[in-house]
Design a protein around this ligand. Sequence first.
Ligand code: ADE
Length: 229
Amino acid sequence: MLHIDIITVLPDLIRSPLEHSILKRGSDKGLIKINLIDLRQYGLGKHHQVDDYQFGGGAGMVMRIEPIYNCILDLKSQRTYDEVIFLTPDGDVFNQKTANTLSLSSNIILLCGHYKGIDERVREHLITREISIGDYVLTGGELPAVMVADALCRLVPGVISDEESALYDSFQDDILAPPLYTRPSEFNGWKVPDILLSGNFKEINIWREEQAIQRTKLKRPDLDTGDKP
Ligand code: ADE
């Protein structure tokens, strides 16, 4: 069971993707649990304030440490966490290897940044890992958190019905997935490769592996396909 707590000021932005398809099925089966925590519940004063002006001046609000500290403390009183992850464009760039590692966790916190940024003391003292989903800047950490949660949850055994299929994903072993085809075998004169219709599964597997390697060399020459030709 993988339990993910997502701390956010915008829980509504995240809710829908978690309530559909594979993530929903995984949680219905009790294999994953994704909890949305509205940081504003821990906000300060009458207005449940979670941000403030930055010391030293400058445009943009900064997320305060106290609501985040209190929220994380509250969560930690309920269970032990393997990781407290902050989503930020200056974090370590997320990839399949990190997804594989993190999917073995029991409990994870994903903290979504917002506004101009977050008080640096949160990063220094409360966070165990920082993740970026790529070298571009989004309006907040919510969509990145959903992407990370999705990548982890589908790796939890049983979440994807055909468990094997996660093993053959693009990027497992640094090799992209081979091309796929379904019916009809011919459309507009565009044919499915004969080998896939041959019924010779040994040859089909060899063909798929060759295609995967070829495709990786062509599309992602930066990935290491090993010794394979
Ligand atoms: N927040 C804003 N942009 C982000 C990114 N690229 N990755 C993770 N969190 C973010």
